[in-house]
Write a protein that binds this ligand. Sequence first.
Ligand code: ZN
Length: 139
Amino acid sequence: MEPSDAPRRPAPIVTDDSAVFWDAAAEGRLVAQRCAGCGRLRHPPRPMCPQCHSLAVEVARLSGRGTVYSYAVLHHPQNPAFDYPLLAVLVDLEEGVRLVSNLTGTDTGDVRIGMPVEAHFVATAGGATIPVFRPAASA
Ligand code: ZN
């Protein structure tokens, strides 16, 4: 039996396309794909650029700084791997890509659209690491 303080959050499902994102997260870096043809950033990771249809891809490091585009306060159904209420957020990163994540370190009533946030990383079951967000230290 695992100790009670072991991470409960499920590990991400890693695919050929998303491996670069999760490998970077394991090192505490937030990255996105950048089209090597037209330079457009994209997320979630996928094989083809939606703008120019190029299959050539680079990896761009992201600052982790962004703002809350939208959010939901989840109460049900509950999964024992998470604490509730759980804040699900869409974060617009300053580089122009949007991520689905969780917001930590704030009360559910304090979340606002447009709120500045920053990424940090939390461990999951199975030894992986994932990016989540918290209110930015300095707005
Ligand atoms: Zn492109």
